[in-house]
Design a protein around this ligand. Structure first.
Ligand code: PHB
Length: 391
Protein backbone atom coordinates (compact mmCIF):
# COMPACT_ATOMS: atom_id res chain seq x y z
CA UNK A 1 0.00 0.00 0.00
CA UNK A 2 1.03 3.57 -0.51
CA UNK A 3 -0.01 6.75 1.27
CA UNK A 4 1.41 10.21 1.88
CA UNK A 5 1.64 9.97 5.68
CA UNK A 6 1.72 6.66 7.54
CA UNK A 7 0.50 7.35 11.08
CA UNK A 8 1.47 4.92 13.82
CA UNK A 9 -1.02 5.22 16.68
CA UNK A 10 -4.80 5.87 16.80
CA UNK A 11 -4.86 7.84 20.06
CA UNK A 12 -5.77 11.54 20.06
CA UNK A 13 -2.46 12.60 18.43
CA UNK A 14 -2.66 10.21 15.47
CA UNK A 15 -6.39 10.73 14.90
CA UNK A 16 -6.20 14.51 15.09
CA UNK A 17 -3.24 14.50 12.71
CA UNK A 18 -5.15 12.39 10.17
CA UNK A 19 -8.11 14.79 10.54
CA UNK A 20 -6.08 17.98 10.00
CA UNK A 21 -4.16 16.47 7.07
CA UNK A 22 -7.39 15.12 5.60
CA UNK A 23 -8.81 18.65 5.56
CA UNK A 24 -5.86 19.64 3.36
CA UNK A 25 -6.44 16.74 0.99
CA UNK A 26 -3.46 14.74 2.28
CA UNK A 27 -3.90 10.99 2.34
CA UNK A 28 -3.03 9.03 5.50
CA UNK A 29 -3.29 5.48 6.80
CA UNK A 30 -3.54 4.95 10.56
CA UNK A 31 -2.30 1.78 12.26
CA UNK A 32 -2.83 0.89 15.93
CA UNK A 33 -1.65 -2.08 17.99
CA UNK A 34 -4.68 -2.02 20.31
CA UNK A 35 -8.23 -2.83 19.34
CA UNK A 36 -10.65 0.01 18.72
CA UNK A 37 -12.68 -1.03 21.77
CA UNK A 38 -9.62 -0.74 23.97
CA UNK A 39 -8.68 2.70 22.64
CA UNK A 40 -12.25 3.96 23.08
CA UNK A 41 -12.57 2.79 26.67
CA UNK A 42 -9.19 3.53 28.30
CA UNK A 43 -9.48 6.13 31.02
CA UNK A 44 -7.31 9.23 30.79
CA UNK A 45 -7.39 12.75 32.24
CA UNK A 46 -10.27 15.06 31.52
CA UNK A 47 -9.22 18.70 31.26
CA UNK A 48 -9.03 20.58 27.95
CA UNK A 49 -7.08 23.80 27.79
CA UNK A 50 -8.48 26.92 26.21
CA UNK A 51 -6.38 26.49 23.04
CA UNK A 52 -7.26 22.79 22.72
CA UNK A 53 -10.96 23.66 22.77
CA UNK A 54 -10.46 26.41 20.22
CA UNK A 55 -8.56 24.12 17.89
CA UNK A 56 -11.22 21.39 18.14
CA UNK A 57 -13.91 24.02 17.44
CA UNK A 58 -12.07 25.43 14.44
CA UNK A 59 -11.89 21.98 12.87
CA UNK A 60 -15.51 20.97 13.41
CA UNK A 61 -14.77 18.65 16.36
CA UNK A 62 -16.32 20.62 19.24
CA UNK A 63 -20.10 20.04 19.02
CA UNK A 64 -20.46 17.27 21.61
CA UNK A 65 -17.81 18.84 23.82
CA UNK A 66 -19.90 22.01 24.08
CA UNK A 67 -23.11 20.02 24.61
CA UNK A 68 -21.86 17.52 27.18
CA UNK A 69 -18.67 19.06 28.61
CA UNK A 70 -18.51 21.62 31.40
CA UNK A 71 -16.66 24.90 31.32
CA UNK A 72 -14.69 25.64 34.49
CA UNK A 73 -13.41 29.07 35.33
CA UNK A 74 -10.74 27.87 37.77
CA UNK A 75 -9.64 25.30 40.33
CA UNK A 76 -9.48 25.05 44.12
CA UNK A 77 -6.09 24.74 45.81
CA UNK A 78 -6.21 23.59 49.39
CA UNK A 79 -4.25 22.51 52.44
CA UNK A 80 -5.58 21.61 55.90
CA UNK A 81 -8.17 24.17 57.06
CA UNK A 82 -7.95 26.36 53.95
CA UNK A 83 -9.41 26.20 50.47
CA UNK A 84 -8.76 28.89 47.84
CA UNK A 85 -10.30 29.40 44.42
CA UNK A 86 -7.86 30.31 41.64
CA UNK A 87 -10.04 32.09 39.12
CA UNK A 88 -8.51 31.73 35.63
CA UNK A 89 -11.24 33.86 34.04
CA UNK A 90 -10.48 36.95 36.08
CA UNK A 91 -6.71 36.34 36.14
CA UNK A 92 -5.97 35.51 32.49
CA UNK A 93 -9.40 35.67 30.81
CA UNK A 94 -9.34 31.99 29.89
CA UNK A 95 -11.17 28.88 31.04
CA UNK A 96 -10.79 25.11 30.76
CA UNK A 97 -13.32 22.42 29.87
CA UNK A 98 -14.00 19.18 31.71
CA UNK A 99 -14.41 16.58 28.96
CA UNK A 100 -12.69 13.21 29.13
CA UNK A 101 -9.89 12.30 26.73
CA UNK A 102 -11.92 9.16 26.02
CA UNK A 103 -14.72 11.37 24.69
CA UNK A 104 -12.33 13.42 22.54
CA UNK A 105 -11.05 10.15 21.06
CA UNK A 106 -14.61 8.98 20.29
CA UNK A 107 -15.38 12.27 18.52
CA UNK A 108 -12.19 11.98 16.47
CA UNK A 109 -12.91 8.38 15.47
CA UNK A 110 -16.45 9.35 14.42
CA UNK A 111 -15.11 12.24 12.31
CA UNK A 112 -12.48 10.03 10.67
CA UNK A 113 -14.99 7.29 9.95
CA UNK A 114 -17.29 9.84 8.29
CA UNK A 115 -14.35 10.93 6.14
CA UNK A 116 -13.63 7.33 5.07
CA UNK A 117 -10.26 7.10 6.88
CA UNK A 118 -8.34 3.87 6.39
CA UNK A 119 -7.50 2.30 9.79
CA UNK A 120 -5.78 -0.90 10.85
CA UNK A 121 -6.51 -1.80 14.49
CA UNK A 122 -5.01 -4.73 16.38
CA UNK A 123 -1.79 -4.83 14.35
CA UNK A 124 1.40 -6.46 15.66
CA UNK A 125 5.15 -6.50 14.91
CA UNK A 126 5.09 -2.87 13.70
CA UNK A 127 8.50 -1.74 12.43
CA UNK A 128 9.61 1.56 10.86
CA UNK A 129 12.17 1.37 8.03
CA UNK A 130 14.47 3.74 6.13
CA UNK A 131 13.22 6.81 8.02
CA UNK A 132 16.29 8.76 6.91
CA UNK A 133 15.47 8.20 3.22
CA UNK A 134 12.85 9.68 0.89
CA UNK A 135 11.13 6.31 0.79
CA UNK A 136 10.36 5.30 4.39
CA UNK A 137 7.97 2.44 5.02
CA UNK A 138 6.17 0.66 7.83
CA UNK A 139 5.67 -3.07 8.11
CA UNK A 140 3.25 -4.89 10.42
CA UNK A 141 1.06 -7.94 10.72
CA UNK A 142 -2.60 -7.02 10.44
CA UNK A 143 -5.32 -8.30 12.77
CA UNK A 144 -6.03 -11.28 10.51
CA UNK A 145 -2.35 -12.31 10.46
CA UNK A 146 -1.39 -10.93 7.03
CA UNK A 147 2.08 -9.32 6.72
CA UNK A 148 1.53 -5.78 5.39
CA UNK A 149 3.68 -2.91 4.16
CA UNK A 150 2.85 0.80 3.81
CA UNK A 151 5.13 2.99 1.72
CA UNK A 152 4.89 6.71 2.53
CA UNK A 153 6.57 10.07 2.09
CA UNK A 154 6.53 10.62 5.85
CA UNK A 155 5.94 8.54 8.99
CA UNK A 156 4.22 10.18 11.96
CA UNK A 157 5.03 8.46 15.26
CA UNK A 158 1.99 8.99 17.47
CA UNK A 159 2.19 5.64 19.24
CA UNK A 160 2.92 6.67 22.81
CA UNK A 161 5.72 5.84 25.19
CA UNK A 162 5.69 2.10 24.49
CA UNK A 163 5.25 2.30 20.72
CA UNK A 164 7.90 1.56 18.07
CA UNK A 165 8.39 5.17 16.86
CA UNK A 166 10.31 6.51 19.82
CA UNK A 167 12.75 3.62 19.55
CA UNK A 168 13.14 4.16 15.79
CA UNK A 169 15.17 7.30 16.52
CA UNK A 170 18.79 6.13 16.25
CA UNK A 171 20.76 6.22 19.51
CA UNK A 172 23.34 8.47 17.87
CA UNK A 173 20.84 11.33 17.47
CA UNK A 174 18.59 10.72 20.44
CA UNK A 175 18.74 12.61 23.75
CA UNK A 176 16.50 11.71 26.68
CA UNK A 177 15.64 13.35 29.99
CA UNK A 178 13.71 11.58 32.71
CA UNK A 179 12.39 12.00 36.25
CA UNK A 180 10.67 9.15 38.06
CA UNK A 181 8.66 10.34 41.08
CA UNK A 182 8.67 8.43 44.39
CA UNK A 183 4.86 8.13 44.46
CA UNK A 184 1.91 7.03 42.33
CA UNK A 185 -1.78 7.89 42.04
CA UNK A 186 -4.59 5.59 43.02
CA UNK A 187 -7.38 6.72 40.66
CA UNK A 188 -11.05 5.86 41.09
CA UNK A 189 -14.13 6.46 39.01
CA UNK A 190 -17.35 6.62 41.03
CA UNK A 191 -21.03 6.76 40.14
CA UNK A 192 -21.78 9.74 42.31
CA UNK A 193 -22.41 13.41 41.61
CA UNK A 194 -19.24 15.46 42.20
CA UNK A 195 -19.10 17.05 45.66
CA UNK A 196 -17.55 20.18 44.15
CA UNK A 197 -18.33 22.54 41.27
CA UNK A 198 -14.66 22.75 40.18
CA UNK A 199 -11.58 20.54 40.66
CA UNK A 200 -9.95 20.42 44.10
CA UNK A 201 -6.17 19.92 44.40
CA UNK A 202 -5.39 19.16 48.05
CA UNK A 203 -2.06 19.12 49.86
CA UNK A 204 -2.16 16.89 52.96
CA UNK A 205 0.45 15.32 55.27
CA UNK A 206 -1.01 11.89 54.45
CA UNK A 207 -0.48 12.60 50.74
CA UNK A 208 -2.00 14.59 47.88
CA UNK A 209 -5.66 14.09 46.95
CA UNK A 210 -7.69 15.40 44.06
CA UNK A 211 -11.39 15.64 43.29
CA UNK A 212 -12.13 15.74 39.57
CA UNK A 213 -15.20 14.70 37.60
CA UNK A 214 -16.41 13.38 34.27
CA UNK A 215 -20.06 14.51 34.31
CA UNK A 216 -22.81 15.62 36.66
CA UNK A 217 -23.21 11.99 37.77
CA UNK A 218 -19.63 10.61 37.61
CA UNK A 219 -16.74 11.66 39.86
CA UNK A 220 -13.04 11.01 39.30
CA UNK A 221 -10.84 11.04 42.40
CA UNK A 222 -7.16 10.45 43.11
CA UNK A 223 -5.00 9.65 46.14
CA UNK A 224 -1.21 9.82 46.37
CA UNK A 225 0.05 6.31 47.28
CA UNK A 226 3.55 4.77 47.47
CA UNK A 227 5.02 3.25 44.31
CA UNK A 228 4.16 -0.42 43.81
CA UNK A 229 1.00 -0.11 45.91
CA UNK A 230 -1.11 -3.26 45.88
CA UNK A 231 -4.55 -2.15 44.83
CA UNK A 232 -6.04 -5.09 46.75
CA UNK A 233 -5.02 -3.33 49.98
CA UNK A 234 -7.40 -0.44 49.16
CA UNK A 235 -11.02 -1.38 49.82
CA UNK A 236 -13.69 1.10 48.72
CA UNK A 237 -14.21 2.13 52.35
CA UNK A 238 -10.52 2.75 52.88
CA UNK A 239 -10.43 4.89 49.72
CA UNK A 240 -13.43 7.01 50.73
CA UNK A 241 -12.07 7.43 54.28
CA UNK A 242 -8.68 8.61 53.00
CA UNK A 243 -10.34 10.96 50.48
CA UNK A 244 -12.56 12.42 53.24
CA UNK A 245 -9.56 13.15 55.48
CA UNK A 246 -7.33 14.59 52.76
CA UNK A 247 -10.04 16.59 50.98
CA UNK A 248 -11.30 18.07 54.26
CA UNK A 249 -14.73 16.51 54.79
CA UNK A 250 -16.44 18.57 57.50
CA UNK A 251 -14.25 21.63 56.94
CA UNK A 252 -16.47 24.74 56.81
CA UNK A 253 -19.50 22.51 56.30
CA UNK A 254 -18.14 20.90 53.09
CA UNK A 255 -19.03 17.24 52.63
CA UNK A 256 -17.58 14.54 50.39
CA UNK A 257 -20.39 12.34 49.05
CA UNK A 258 -19.22 8.71 48.62
CA UNK A 259 -20.75 6.37 46.03
CA UNK A 260 -20.19 3.10 44.16
CA UNK A 261 -16.64 2.82 42.76
CA UNK A 262 -16.71 1.45 39.19
CA UNK A 263 -12.97 1.49 38.39
CA UNK A 264 -9.73 1.52 40.40
CA UNK A 265 -6.15 1.71 39.12
CA UNK A 266 -2.64 2.70 40.20
CA UNK A 267 -0.79 5.13 37.93
CA UNK A 268 2.98 5.68 38.15
CA UNK A 269 4.26 9.25 37.71
CA UNK A 270 7.04 10.16 35.34
CA UNK A 271 8.43 13.07 33.36
CA UNK A 272 10.24 12.19 30.13
CA UNK A 273 11.38 14.13 27.08
CA UNK A 274 13.10 12.74 24.01
CA UNK A 275 14.71 15.02 21.42
CA UNK A 276 14.75 15.70 18.54
CA UNK A 277 11.09 15.22 17.59
CA UNK A 278 12.06 14.82 13.94
CA UNK A 279 14.66 12.63 12.31
CA UNK A 280 14.66 12.45 8.51
CA UNK A 281 11.12 11.61 7.51
CA UNK A 282 10.03 10.42 10.96
CA UNK A 283 8.14 12.99 13.05
CA UNK A 284 7.10 12.27 16.67
CA UNK A 285 4.05 13.79 18.38
CA UNK A 286 2.46 13.36 21.81
CA UNK A 287 3.54 10.69 24.30
CA UNK A 288 5.90 9.14 21.75
CA UNK A 289 8.18 12.12 22.44
CA UNK A 290 7.26 13.19 25.98
CA UNK A 291 5.45 12.09 29.12
CA UNK A 292 4.24 14.34 31.93
CA UNK A 293 2.91 13.29 35.34
CA UNK A 294 -0.87 13.77 35.39
CA UNK A 295 -0.95 16.70 37.87
CA UNK A 296 -2.25 19.60 35.78
CA UNK A 297 -3.59 17.33 33.00
CA UNK A 298 -1.16 18.44 30.32
CA UNK A 299 -0.65 15.14 28.41
CA UNK A 300 -3.52 15.36 25.92
CA UNK A 301 -3.17 19.12 25.55
CA UNK A 302 0.51 18.79 24.68
CA UNK A 303 -0.27 16.12 22.09
CA UNK A 304 -2.85 18.44 20.49
CA UNK A 305 -0.36 21.33 20.46
CA UNK A 306 2.29 19.12 18.77
CA UNK A 307 -0.16 18.05 16.09
CA UNK A 308 -1.33 21.63 15.53
CA UNK A 309 2.26 22.43 14.54
CA UNK A 310 2.96 19.18 12.72
CA UNK A 311 -0.05 19.27 10.39
CA UNK A 312 0.86 22.58 8.69
CA UNK A 313 4.53 21.54 8.59
CA UNK A 314 3.67 18.31 6.74
CA UNK A 315 1.18 20.10 4.50
CA UNK A 316 3.84 22.58 3.45
CA UNK A 317 6.36 19.80 2.95
CA UNK A 318 4.11 17.54 0.89
CA UNK A 319 2.15 20.11 -1.12
CA UNK A 320 4.44 23.10 -1.41
CA UNK A 321 7.73 21.21 -1.32
CA UNK A 322 8.80 23.81 1.23
CA UNK A 323 10.73 22.68 4.26
CA UNK A 324 10.89 25.58 6.76
CA UNK A 325 8.04 24.52 9.06
CA UNK A 326 9.21 20.90 9.01
CA UNK A 327 12.75 21.99 9.81
CA UNK A 328 11.56 24.04 12.78
CA UNK A 329 8.95 21.55 14.01
CA UNK A 330 11.10 19.93 16.67
CA UNK A 331 12.48 23.16 18.15
CA UNK A 332 9.11 24.92 18.04
CA UNK A 333 7.24 22.02 19.65
CA UNK A 334 9.93 21.49 22.29
CA UNK A 335 9.67 25.07 23.59
CA UNK A 336 6.12 24.35 24.71
CA UNK A 337 6.95 20.76 25.72
CA UNK A 338 9.60 21.97 28.18
CA UNK A 339 7.29 24.69 29.53
CA UNK A 340 4.58 22.10 30.23
CA UNK A 341 7.16 19.65 31.55
CA UNK A 342 8.22 22.28 34.06
CA UNK A 343 4.64 23.18 34.99
CA UNK A 344 3.65 19.53 35.51
CA UNK A 345 6.77 18.92 37.61
CA UNK A 346 6.07 22.09 39.62
CA UNK A 347 2.43 21.20 40.36
CA UNK A 348 3.47 17.65 41.20
CA UNK A 349 6.33 18.54 43.56
CA UNK A 350 4.35 21.36 45.22
CA UNK A 351 1.44 19.08 46.11
CA UNK A 352 2.82 15.57 46.85
CA UNK A 353 4.13 15.04 50.34
CA UNK A 354 7.02 12.99 51.66
CA UNK A 355 8.84 12.42 54.93
CA UNK A 356 10.91 15.62 54.99
CA UNK A 357 9.36 18.32 57.24
CA UNK A 358 11.49 21.07 55.65
CA UNK A 359 10.08 20.20 52.21
CA UNK A 360 6.57 20.35 53.66
CA UNK A 361 7.12 23.90 54.94
CA UNK A 362 8.46 24.99 51.55
CA UNK A 363 5.43 23.49 49.80
CA UNK A 364 3.00 25.22 52.16
CA UNK A 365 4.80 28.51 51.75
CA UNK A 366 4.61 28.19 47.95
CA UNK A 367 0.91 27.24 48.05
CA UNK A 368 0.10 30.21 50.29
CA UNK A 369 1.95 32.55 47.95
CA UNK A 370 0.17 31.19 44.87
CA UNK A 371 -3.21 31.51 46.59
CA UNK A 372 -2.68 34.99 48.02
CA UNK A 373 -0.56 36.85 45.45
CA UNK A 374 -1.99 37.91 42.13
CA UNK A 375 1.39 37.30 40.47
CA UNK A 376 1.55 33.79 41.94
CA UNK A 377 -2.02 32.93 41.00
CA UNK A 378 -1.56 34.34 37.53
CA UNK A 379 1.47 32.13 36.87
CA UNK A 380 -0.54 29.05 37.76
CA UNK A 381 -3.59 30.24 35.80
CA UNK A 382 -1.65 31.06 32.64
CA UNK A 383 0.03 27.65 32.56
CA UNK A 384 -3.00 25.63 33.63
CA UNK A 385 -5.51 27.26 31.26
CA UNK A 386 -2.85 26.83 28.60
CA UNK A 387 -0.25 28.81 26.73
CA UNK A 388 -0.80 29.54 23.04
CA UNK A 389 -0.10 26.60 20.71
CA UNK A 390 3.04 28.12 19.21
CA UNK A 391 4.41 29.31 22.56
C1 PHB B 1 -8.80 13.92 35.62
O1 PHB B 1 -9.95 14.35 35.65
O2 PHB B 1 -8.55 12.74 35.39
C2 PHB B 1 -7.70 14.85 35.95
C3 PHB B 1 -7.98 16.19 36.09
C4 PHB B 1 -6.95 17.07 36.41
C5 PHB B 1 -5.68 16.60 36.60
C6 PHB B 1 -5.40 15.25 36.44
C7 PHB B 1 -6.42 14.37 36.11
O3 PHB B 1 -4.71 17.47 36.96
Amino acid sequence: MRTQVAISGAGPAGLLLSHLLGEQGIDTIVIESRTQDYVLSRIRAGILEHSTVRLLDEHGLGQRLHREGHEHRGIYLQWPHERHHIDFRSLVDRSVWVYGQTEVTKDLVAARERAGQQFYYGVSDTALHDVESDAPYVTFTDASGTPTRIDAAVIAGCDGSFGPSRAAMPDAVRNTWERVYPYSWLGVLADVAPSTDELIYAWHQDGFAMHSMRSSTVSRLYLQVPNNTDIGAWSDDRIWDALAVRLGHGQDGWELRPGPITDKSVLPMRSYVQTPMRHGNLFLAGDAAHIVPPTGAKGLNLAVADVALLAPALTQLLQGKRTELAEHYSDTALRRVWRCTHFSWWMTTMLHTGADPFDAQLQLSQLKWVASSEAGAMGLAENYAGLPIGF
